[in-house]
Design a protein around this ligand. Structure first.
Ligand code: ZN
Length: 129
């Protein structure tokens, strides 16, 4: 009988352990803004997006323009060359890749002309911290 009582007491004692929680309210605490943590190119990109430019490195696909030799499709780049993929026909399941160099407009096999437009890349020694 006494053994049974002591066991139930030990269960009660272990059940009395309480979880200590500080009374600090989490209402005023928020996660920091990613821009505050970012540095370098990441911060450059986040600041550009904040300023309204959601594609500062020209990574999004663009539609072909007229594509004639007089009015070639302009491909933006941050160097003097860039690899360009042309989806020649809408129903194509492959992309025709080619290199495009500054000052040398190029014609894809489908007949569309492309020309590279070089933009200044961010200076790696003056990136935002
Ligand atoms: Zn093509």
């Amino acid at each position: 009988m006494s053994r049974v009582v002591s066991k139930s007491l030990s269960l009660l004692q272990s059940g009395r352990r309480s979880l200590h929680v500080s009374a600090v309210s989490a209402a005023k605490q928020t996660m920091p803004d990613p821009i505050e943590h970012a540095t370098g190119l990441e911060k450059y990109e986040l600041l550009a997006k904040q300023a309204g430019n959601d594609d500062p490195f020209f990574l999004k696909a663009c539609a072909r323009g007229p594509g004639t030799k007089a009015e070639p499709t302009i491909v933006n780049a941050m160097d003097t060359y860039r690899s360009v993929g042309c989806v020649c026909n809408e129903e194509d399941t492959n992309i025709k890749w080619m290199w495009l160099c500054e000052g040398a407009p190029k014609r894809c096999a489908c007949g569309y002309w492309f020309e590279l437009k070089v933009h200044a890349a961010p200076d790696k020694y003056s990136l935002p911290l």
